[in-house]
Design a protein around this ligand. Sequence first.
Ligand SMILES: [Zn+2]
Length: 304
Amino acid sequence: MLKRVIHWFELEPVGTLLSYDHDAMSRFVEAGALTEPKRTRYANCVACKASLPVQVQSWGEHLVRCASCGGDVVLGIEFQSVSAKLSWLPNSLAAQIDSTLKPVVTLIDNRLWRISEATSATTAVYLLRSTINLDLAPIMETLNVDFDDGRRLILTTSPFRNMPEPTAESIFLPLDEVAHMEPEGIRLDARSLLPQLIDQVPLWFELPPPYNRLTLAGETLRLRRRQPDFMRLLRLAHAAGQKKASWRALLRRAGYRDVYTSLAQVFPDEVFRFIETSKDDVWIRKAPLPKSRAGPDRQRKNNR
Ligand SMILES: [Zn+2]
């Protein structure tokens, strides 16, 4: 049942009319996923030969023109049609995740909705109406503008071709992995959804917004310039259960543009008391090093 609802929801163009089948569709009309059935006729264009269904009452038929070219039409057989109500799906999901958020926040019309509050303390949840060949660039841009302070879970109506791999910050998850359809409507499955919403790992350090103070075992490191961005991304990796992260990837995402061969080229000694780095990885120490010592990379450099 969920497959069929998702298919209606993804139909292009938005508002596509579906021939109404009472046995198959009446329950979805009642649930609010489909519009009320309306009298419909095919408008067959005399000029361009297009044949498009149009919802029309008998008293309005003389006004119908071809939707493609504006030409005169001959009306075909009469039937009932419905179309998908796009607001139904995000609202139904939002009501189950965060009933305080009313209405949901539309970020891109008919494409992207935020269906939970966005705070750094929780995972922000979005619904993406996907297509096989989705252009991801405007989606990511919009997501980053909306919320860049913590984890995001993006429920996609279907898998799509260039679906991104999960990272510490963003997870794309097909809707049918966490939801199913019941006669009265769509139901999120808490058992499969909850693990995606919780920071899996308790953190052994503190790095609250705006991420400019890293506190570890009672000592605080002040972060400057782009360091807060770097540490925020490292925090997300740790919160997602990763013991280490690629420091090159973090530098790039934090906006460092140069090419570095060692993290010691970027951060001063003081920072290495709080983080440790190996060839490719970086992680936050369990406790700061004593003030007289620095990290292994730095030591090697100083010994040269
Ligand atoms: Zn026409």
